[in-house]
Write a protein that binds this ligand. Structure first.
Ligand SMILES: [Zn+2]
Length: 59
């Protein structure tokens, strides 16, 4: 019970610190079309042009 509460607090703190959208793994800027959007860990492909996204493209 206490561990779950601590985990939730950590997630909220991380979301605030990095500006990560809820239900997304992070914001990525496509290196091809330069669109920035939130993506989950499963997507990792630009939804605008289909370009693969890489960890170094994370913003
Ligand atoms: Zn793109």
């Amino acid at each position: 019970m206490h561990e779950n509460i601590l985990k939730n607090i950590d997630i909220v703190a991380l979301e605030k610190e990095y500006g990560v959208l809820k239900k997304s793994n992070g914001n990525y800027r496509c290196r091809k079309c330069l669109m920035t959007d939130g993506y989950t860990a499963e997507e990792k492909k630009c939804r605008w042009c289909g370009q693969d996204l890489f960890e170094m493209d994370r913003v």
